[in-house]
Design a protein. Structure first.
Length: 70
């Protein structure tokens, strides 16, 4: 983590994109916080995005854990 750096406030999505093009979230991970959100099943769409393999593996493990708790 960059001890002397914080995630800046952004005035636009373009500004945010420009920042993250040259920075790694891994360096700022401790500044993030969990969020809850719901998905509307009727609004299903598919989007192709690049995801780091380790992040994908964590998300998949978490999903399996949550499925098992239902």
């Amino acid at each position: 983590m960059h001890d002397d750096k914080e995630i800046p406030k952004f005035d636009s999505y373009e500004e945010m994109a420009a920042f993250w093009e040259t920075h790694s979230l891994a360096d700022y991970w401790d500044q993030t916080k969990p969020v809850d959100f719901d998905f509307a099943p009727e609004a299903r769409r598919q989007y192709l995005i690049g995801v780091d393999r380790e992040v994908l593996a964590r998300v998949q493990r978490l999903a399996r854990t949550r499925e098992g708790n239902r």
